[in-house]
Design a protein around this ligand. Sequence first.
Ligand code: PMP
Length: 387
Amino acid sequence: MFAKCRDWRLMDEAVAMGVYPYYRPIEMPAGAGEVVVGGRRVVMAGSSDYLALSGDARVRAAAVAAIERLGVGTGGSRLTNGTLALHEELEGRLARFLGHEAAMVVTTGFQANLALSALFGPADEVLADGHVHASLIDAARQGRARLRRFRHNDLGHLARLLERGQADAGRLVLSEGLFSATGDVCDLPGIVKLAERHRVRLCLDIAHDVGVLGAGGRGAAERFGLQSAVDVYTVAFSKGLGGLGGAITGPEPVINYLRHHARAMLFSTSLPPASAAAALAGLGIIEAEPERRRRVLAHAARLSTELAALGLAGVGPGDTPIIAVPVGDAVRCMRLCSTLLDEGVFTLAMIPPSVPEGRSLIRLTVTAAHTDDHIDRILDAFAVVCG
Ligand code: PMP
């Protein structure tokens, strides 16, 4: 059983070269745009706390007040003794915010995706974009649905899979609003047309776009004016909302069914009071302060344009807070991230299996906590790497 663990040497090369980039302890002055790593203060350009809400004084105060009133844990699952009025308030707010009938709050974004598995059976077909998050693939597998992957944002491929599939099967297209590694937005207008033509359901994971994309922060569908075309959303509170937790929103009968069938809901302790209160406070800020997302997107536009001007090929897209810098080779990618850290900028090395073999990339993110000076420092570090 344990022999494979002793034999596992994959990361040894990176460790030996001193470029192993994972599990670095970070001291986090919350939401400040900078962190301390190994005793050095560096610009954090790898966080998904896009709106800098993790450290927002109002969000922190809401979380602290919830702890003072309700304690740190709920002592049970939602089904049994772990449902709080706070959970129900959050579900109501989320459903209204996203224009759906109902919502179900779970403990992480990963669990929200996994909970979808309760909808699937062996006769069903799940058509998933090639880049969707691991938890969505796990859901299809756990539900024993027939899983078909279409090449990333390739609607011709999706159309062929839909034409070939069984029209009488239960069918669901799965995609993400904003893709977490590559920073591009799903081709929702095309997907919606296909979903309507083939009468299949559509589920969008908006972990990364909620709070950030669309005039009101409702994600990619709002950006395209297609909110009513999405049947089900899965949401994570761990990115734009700055905390932890997840939810599924959709039609009332679907949510009610999931509440009673989704194992990730039934058999896991519910979201702690602090996280529920933080998500509620965060939603209020997302609705009240659109300037936060405007600021993030302005940083992203500037950074991607100026990185391209440094001669980096394929940088982008520039209209979302996630900027991908294609590298290719995994070891080279880790080495570049290590050099960037030496130059004072923390970035993420996305290597297989997070991305396809040979398509490693540096994932850069901008947040509302960044100043123009932080963007300058990121550009200076890349100038050294490119030089
Ligand atoms: N969906 C996507 C697209 C994600 O990137 C992530 C987090 N990496 C999740 C779901 C899971 O969310 P959480 O980290 O809150 O469990």
